[in-house]
Ligand binder design. Sequence first.
Ligand SMILES: [Fe+2]
Length: 123
Amino acid sequence: MSDTTATQSANAPVLGPVNVVTDYAGSDEFVRKHTPFVEVIDAGGKKMVSVRVGKDVPHPNVPDHYITWIELQVGGAPIARFDLSPVATDPSVGIYVNVDPGTTVTAMEHCNLHGLWTYSVTV
Ligand SMILES: [Fe+2]
């Protein structure tokens, strides 16, 4: 997990080290709360990718603590980004993608207090 330094204000965005989640089932509640959990569903010949932050352990969604954005990457390249507000949203997004079987799809999210988190699946 990343830390703020004494020189940063309490409201400064934390874009420090990326927390890479590789063992979701074996992770603790703090990790589960921040994991941008990816699921891929075949939907009429297309692939629907959903990303849910707080799938099993809800993440707070209030102005002092919320998920500011979720980004989707394919093969390491960003393909979509969702900027979120803590007002009237849930940190869950979905998008249809055109990717070949065997492609790695990675979701990255940013928590305003706890930094960057990623989770990947192979389609
Ligand atoms: Fe958080």
